[in-house]
Design a protein around this ligand. Structure first.
Ligand code: 5RP
Length: 145
């Protein structure tokens, strides 16, 4: 599984922790986010990762900003993207199982490092349930028209 990770400046430290964790688990990770000392605004990071998912360059995306709020809002403005702001691993599991989220967002100043890693693992280890949940995301997609 190929993962895209993106962050604004506030998410840089947590990005590297998640990046190393994912690599240690054998994931291929593309880092689209701000590097140490670099200034990147969250809309740009959200756009790059979301478009990479839509193009199939990566399978799923992880987004980080200080709160996770702006970067999840920005990702949800990209047509076709379902982004879920997650503060716990159950939500991350449901984001995958019930809403087939393309990306999750985590607040780097809100969520501790170990919980953040649990959230990421929970999201990536969970699969879309289909069935009635597919009907519902199709209804959600109609809202974009
Ligand atoms: O969480 C965010 C948006 O929802 C941003 O990361 C936050 O606003 C950045 O703030 P600052 O420039 O003070 O680090």
């Amino acid at each position: 599984m190929k993962i895209g990770i993106g962050n604004d400046t506030a998410g840089t430290k947590l990005k590297y922790i998640i990046l190393e964790h994912l690599k240690s688990k054998g994931f291929e990770v593309i880092d689209f986010g701000a590097a140490n000392g670099e200034t990147v605004e969250y809309p740009a990071a959200a756009k790059t990762v979301s478009e990479a998912v839509l193009k199939g360059e990566v399978d799923k995306g992880i987004l980080l900003c200080a709160t996770g709020i702006g970067i999840s809002m920005a990702a949800n403005k990209i047509k076709g993207i379902r982004a879920a702001l997650c503060a716990d691993s159950y939500s991350a599991k449901m984001a995958a199982e019930h809403t087939d989220a393309h990306v999750i967002a985590i607040g780097a100043k809100i969520i501790g490092e170990e919980v953040a890693v649990d959230i990421v693992d929970s999201f990536l280890n969970s699969r879309f349930s289909g069935g009635v949940f597919k009907t519902r995301i199709d209804l959600m997609s109609e809202l974009e028209k």
